[in-house]
Design a protein around this ligand. Structure first.
Ligand code: PLP
Length: 439
């Protein structure tokens, strides 16, 4: 290899409007928080920032779970931590699969040594609670692991009745809310969940790299029963389990002690990610969790109406569609990748491709986090119309923006008529020059 010195320009990414299924543009407040200087990880200021982060995420998750914290890594770090810490080799796990991320739960559970049983529906559909209960009765799993909103198909599995079903059958209940948290109504404790994991890069308005997680006392009992403090930091009397968690990095029993008053010296906190995650939660708590969900609902509805207004077909069971992402069928005669390329190169807008059986058939368009905003929705619809028209598709002139405007007009009328109703800020205060303030 050449020993010639090579240097490059400082990072200067192009301006992009990220309207895919995530990541989306991070909220500028999150980026600013992440540019703050580091402090030592046991500095009292830092441990207080960690405590505050826990308090903030309890509100975002709508839980009183003591064990609510961050796992360092992208969303799948949270998933791996939950599954490897809850599952002992040989445990039975039931995974209802309705998209790509159900397959991920299966894969991670298998790698954790579980005997995994799956039930499947075609992508775009969800399960009835009765179908899940029937599988639980047959399989008698230790754990039900189900994705809430599967970004690959845009639909969300209703969780309402599953908590009571799991309780009745003595099953632990886990869900992945990476794609849905803060964009759709979700209340951990009301749903009877034992374990929930998320990520920042969708409705939370941050970059990927930190996974907020929460665990019920029942899950904590299962996890701490396997506690094994690693050699080197273990002191006399510290736990050494005969069935330790099969990962050191994702050992939640140690991670609980790291976040708890023991401040166990497990890993070096990803301080900058913690600053970002804390600011994501601060933004949501400031806006109000219900108001954040309402903002996603209005902007998602505007995008859905706009796409229909262009004459496009929507994929999947729209009755169960997540608020924050829409899958739209690529019109006949249009090359999906070429059109996405034109959106990016000509307008600086990214929309998403799709996986598996949907690849080449649908685009996925997100309206989430910082980009769940009127200007972002209208700009995307206008650009898509131009790209489709240029590609030869018959789209309704002005139909996309017009239909989206109708949704915003209705939402503002409703907000004026009912001043106490959750009023999405972006719908009522358009301000192209100060999107940061209007969000
Ligand atoms: C529902 C869901 N789960 C898990 C993941 C994996 O997240 P990450 O790529 O942050 O590890 C994603 C990513 O898009 C997702 O949408």
């Amino acid at each position: 290899m050449s020993r010639v010195k090579q240097s490059f320009q400082p990072i200067a990414p192009p301006a992009r409007l990220l309207m895919g299924p995530g990541p989306i543009n991070a909220d500028p407040r999150v980026l600013r928080a992440m540019s703050a200087q580091l402090v030592g990880q046991y500095d009292p200021w830092m441990t207080q920032a960690m405590d505050e982060t826990q308090v903030l995420y309890r509100q975002v998750f709508q839980t009183s779970n003591e064990q609510t914290m961050l796992v360092d890594g992208t969303s799948r770090a949270g998933i791996e931590a939950a599954l490897v810490s809850l599952i002992e080799p040989g445990d039975r796990v039931l995974v209802p699969i309705f998209g790509r991320f159900g397959h991920l739960l299966r894969e991670i559970s298998e790698r954790a040594g579980a005997e995994v049983h799956v039930i499947e529906v075609p992508w775009g559909q969800v399960f009835t609670p009765a179908a899940i209960e029937a599988a639980i009765t047959e399989v008698r799993p230790k754990l039900l692991a189900v994705v809430h909103g599967d970004t690959s198909t845009t639909v969300a599995q209703p969780l309402d009745e599953l908590g009571a079903i799991c309780q009745k059958h003595g099953v632990l209940f886990y869900t992945d809310v990476t794609a849905s948290l803060a964009g759709n109504t979700f209340r951990t404790d009301e749903l009877g969940l034992d374990a929930v994991t998320a990520g920042l890069q969708k409705c939370l308005g941050g970059p990927s790299g930190s996974a907020p997680v929460t665990f019920s006392p029942r899950a904590v009992e299962v996890i701490t029963a396997r506690k094994s403090i690693e050699a080197g930091i273990r002191t006399d009397g510290d736990a050494v389990s005969a069935h330790p968690i099969r990962s050191n990095y994702f050992d939640l029993a140690m991670i609980f002690d790291y976040w708890g008053p023991q401040r166990l010296n497990h890993h070096t906190e990803a301080t900058t990610m913690l600053y970002g995650a804390r600011e994501c939660a601060r933004l949501i708590v400031e806006e109000g969790i219900d108001e954040t969900v309402a903002r996603h609902e209005v902007n998602g509805r505007a995008m859905l109406s706009g796409l229909r207004g262009l004459g496009l077909e929507i994929f999947g069971d729209t009755a169960h569609k997540m608020n924050n992402v829409t899958a739209v069928v690529i019109p006949d005669g249009i090359d999906g990748d070429a059109a996405r390329g034109a959106m990016l190169n000509d307008f600086g807008i990214e929309i998403g491709t799709s996986f598996g059986p949907l690849h080449g058939k649908v685009w996925r368009i997100g309206t989430m986090g910082y980009n769940a905003r009127q200007d972002a929705v209208l700009t995307t619809l206008a650009a898509l119309e131009a790209v489709l028209r240029r590609g030869g598709a018959a789209v309704t002139a002005g139909g996309g923006v017009g239909a989206a405007y109708d949704v915003y007009d209705d939402a503002s009328r409703l907000a004026v008529a009912e001043p106490d109703a959750a009023a999405p800020a972006a719908a009522t205060e358009p301000d192209a020059t100060a999107t940061e303030a209007t969000r």
